[in-house]
Design a protein around this ligand. Structure first.
Ligand code: ADP
Length: 345
């Protein structure tokens, strides 16, 4: 079996291609869950439309796969503007950002993903663009250089970040709306899965939707990816209806356990417990031991484990909780007494 769990939690925007686009809810009314956020966003959009203005610059923050990109597209659809999307790491030179901004038309939505990774010079340009709807640029060189102010069309910047804490405060304060996406409740995820199954023309029992939702890390993107993997099994095995038993057995085969942990999550916890007696262990050490990038652990794996209470973050490093010992079936004292040798990694 080459399909393993890790790939299922990676934030791969391109994953799914056509299918992925088809599964994105097109309007706010189709967007399931996050009721608080939807309410705030809806009021802001109606008010802006009523006044004939563009929506205030908006920041969406939260772990990957919770719907930030989807919401940006929804805002464009609801406000009747064009959506221009890019990611901060793709903007390598200030000129790239200036060009992007000057090409915006009235009412456009500029979606800037991973906005916490914008370079300081680009941030400066963005401040002015957000606040004064203008950018300054230098014409000519040396003594003859002249600063020219260029007016921009009214636009809405939608920033998305998985790391709101890394955003500089001058940038943060320039957003009129700051909306945080939270992990999804199991019932909301089950509804998302049922909606996706209907679009993909899959027959899925209610129990199977709930079983899948329980293992989807409270994250719609993961839920949709697991659903596609189940669809693969159903196709290969000519299974018309996916029921609870079929779903649970195939999710087991994919290495997704009842809490939705994948092999890498379990390895991290095993290392923490077995080699370091529960921690604390620094992120860099953990990343080196499992041969992954620190950012992957921090953005794709840890938030969910922290949320579940399997792990804690302390100033000294990561610590496994009692729940982690229980989940791996290890008695806390035994693990501490036995050290690394007897543990499964
Ligand atoms: P992010 O930008 O936060 O990483 P995305 O907007 O790309 O997340 O969402 C990932 C996928 O999850 C989307 O393709 C979409 O189909 C689905 N999705 C996210 N939120 C919802 C929701 N509230 N209702 C239905 N589907 C959702």
């Amino acid at each position: 079996m080459t399909l393993r769990g890790e790939g299922l939690v990676k934030s791969v925007v391109a994953e799914g291609g056509e299918d992925d686009r088809a599964l994105r809810p097109p309007r706010l009314a189709d967007f399931i869950g996050q009721s608080d956020l939807k309410e705030k966003l809806s009021v802001a959009m109606i008010a802006a439309r009523t006044r004939g203005e563009v929506l205030d610059h908006t920041l969406f923050s939260g772990p990957p796969g919770l719907g930030k990109t989807t919401l940006a597209a929804i805002v464009a659809a609801e406000m009747g503007g064009r959506l221009q999307s890019t990611t901060a790491p793709a903007i390598t030179r200030p000129g790239d950002l200036a060009r992007l901004l000057t090409l915006l038309e009235k009412g456009d939505i500029l979606f800037l993903d991973e906005i916490h990774r914008l370079s300081p010079v680009c941030e400066e340009i963005l401040y002015q663009a957000m606040e004064d709807r203008a950018i300054d640029f230098i014409l000519g060189e040396g003594a003859a250089a002249q600063s020219v102010k260029l007016k921009l069309q009214p636009f809405t910047l939608i920033g998305a970040t998985t790391r709101a804490g890394l955003l500089s405060s001058p940038l943060k304060t320039r957003f009129g709306l700051e909306l945080r996406l939270d992990f999804y409740a199991a019932e909301d995820l089950a509804r998302i899965v049922q909606r996706s199954a209907a679009i993909l023309r899959m027959k899925l029992s209610e129990g199977a939707a709930l079983a899948l939702a329980a293992r989807a890390r409270m994250t719609p993107r993961v839920a949709n990816r697991l659903l596609r993997r189940l669809r693969d099994y159903a196709t290969v095995e000519a299974q018309e209806l996916i029921d609870t038993q079929f779903a649970a057995a195939r999710l087991d085969a994919l290495g997704i356990d009842e809490l939705g942990l994948v092999e890498l999550d379990r390895r991290l916890l095993s290392l923490l417990i077995g080699r370091y007696r529960g921690g604390p262990v620094g992120l860099r050490t953990l990343a080196a031991l499992v041969d992954e990038e620190e950012r992957t652990l921090e953005e794709d794996h840890e938030p969910y484990m922290l949320r579940l209470g399997l792990m804690e973050k302390t100033p000294q490093g990561r610590v496994a909780t009692r729940m982690a010992y229980q989940h791996l079936g290890i008695a806390a004292q035994n693990a501490a007494a036995e050290g690394d040798e007897r543990l499964p990694f």
